[in-house]
Design a protein around this ligand. Structure first.
Ligand SMILES: NC(=O)c1ccc[n+]([C@@H]2O[C@H](COP(=O)([O-])OP(=O)(O)OC[C@H]3O[C@@H](n4cnc5c(N)ncnc54)[C@H](O)[C@@H]3O)[C@@H](O)[C@H]2O)c1
Length: 267
C-alpha cells in the first residue's frame, strides 16, 4: 500500500546492483511513494545491465559514478538536478565492499592496501557524497541522507573483519557531517543498522548463512528483510521524520536489544 510519502521529492539512489540489493527495493518503494530519482552505481557494476530493468520499472535515469571520485560525484549531482528539475531531497548511500572479506583474510592478518580500499569505498564515499553536495549546495532544507551500516560497528563479529572498523567510521561521518550540514542547511543524516540480508555484499561474508539463521533466532521479530529496510528508509526520507538526525538507527527485529533467545538456549 502506498501513502504518497515522497510525492514531489527528488532523490539519488546508489548501490542497486541486482534485484537482491537493498537499494533496489528502496528504489521500487520510492517510486511507489511518488518520488522521482536518479540511479547510480560504479561503471564496472553496470556491465551486467541489470540496473536497466530497475530504471525501466521506476522511470529513473541512470548516471554512472564511481563514488570514490569527486569528479564523478560532482557530475552526478549536477546531472541529477538538471534531469529532476531542482535540488535533491533524499540520498541513499548503499555502498559497501571489502577486499579483505572477499579474499577471506582474517582480522589479525589484514592486508592494509585492501583495508584502505575498503575505507575509501565503504566509508569515505559517504563523506565525499556529502562534501560534493555541500559544495554545490545541491540539497534542499530538511533533505535526508541515509547510509546503511551493521552492528559490527558496536560489537565484535569476527567474520566481519575490517568492515567492522569501516562501518564505525561511516557512522561517525554521518554524525559529524550531520552536525555541520544540520547547522548550515537543516540537512539530516542518519545510518540504518540493518539485519543480515541475503545480497551480493552480504553473501560474500564467511559463514553468512549460519549467522543469518542465528540472528533470525535471536530477533523477536525475526530478521528484517531488504524490503522492510526499504520501507524504513522511505520513512526517513519523508517529512514525518524531519527532526531525526545524526542517529544510528537499528532496523533488526529487536536483535540488538536481545542478549539471548530461548530458541538459542535450547540448541
Ligand atoms: N546484506 C547485509 O547483510 C547488510 C547488512 C547491513 C548493512 N548492509 C549494507 O547495505 C549496503 C548495501 O549492500 P547490499 O547488501 O544491498 O549489497 P549489494 O552488493 O547489492 O550493494 C553494494 C553496492 O555497492 C556498490 N559499490 C561498490 N563499490 C562502489 C563504488 N566505488 N562506487 C559506487 N558504488 C559502489 C556495488 O556496485 C553494489 O551495488 C552496504 O553498505 C552494506 O554494507 C548490508
Amino acid at each position: 500500500m502506498a501513502y504518497n510519502l515522497l510525492k514531489g521529492k527528488r532523490g539519488i539512489i546508489t548501490g542497486a546492483l541486482d534485484e537482491n540489493s537493498i537499494a533496489w527495493k528502496v528504489a521500487l518503494k520510492a517510486h511507489e511513494e511518488g518520488a522521482t530519482f536518479t540511479l547510480t552505481n560504479a561503471p564496472i557494476a553496470m556491465r551486467m545491465g541489470e540496473i536497466n530493468k530497475l530504471a525501466e520499472q521506476t522511470g529513473a535515469k541512470i548516471i554512472p559514478a564511481d563514488a570514490t571520485s569527486m569528479e564523478d560525484l560532482d557530475k552526478l549531482y549536477k546531472e541529477s538536478m538538471d534531469h529532476l528539475g531542482g535540488k535533491i531531497d533524499f540520498v541513499l548511500h548503499s555502498i559497501g565492499m571489502s577486499v579483505n572479506i572477499r579474499k577471506n583474510i582474517p582480522y589479525t592478518e589484514l592486508n592494509y592496501e585492501f583495508f584502505q580500499k575498503g575505507i575509501d569505498v565503504s566509508a569515505l564515499t559517504l563523506h565525499k557524497m556529502l562534501a560534493a553536495a555541500h559544495k554545490l549546495d545541491a540539497l534542499n532544507e530538511h533533505a535526508s541522507v541515509v547510509a546503511l551500516t551493521y552492528i559490527a560497528a558496536q560489537r565484535v563479529y569476527p567474520f566481519y573483519t575490517d568492515m567492522a572498523d569501516i562501518k564505525a567510521m561511516l557512522e561517525s561521518i554521518a554524525r559529524t557531517f550531520g552536525y555541520h550540514y544540520g547547522k548550515q542547511k537543516k540537512v539530516r543524516i542518519n545510518t540504518v543498522s540493518q539485519s543480515p540480508t541475503k545480497t551480493t555484499a552480504g553473501g560474500g561474508i564467511k559463514g553468512f548463512t549460519d549467522f543469518f539463521d542465528f540472528a533470525q533466532q535471536q530477533s523477536p521479530l525475526g530478521n528484517a528483510s531488504a524490503e522492510d529496510c526499504a520501507n524504513y528508509c522511505i520513512t526517513l526520507f519523508s517529512d514525518l521524520t524531519r527532526m531525526v538526525t545524526m542517529q544510528n538507527l537499528y532496523h533488526d527485529g529487536g536483535y540488538s536489544s536481545t542478549g539471548v533467545s530461548a530458541e538459542q538456549l535450547m540448541k
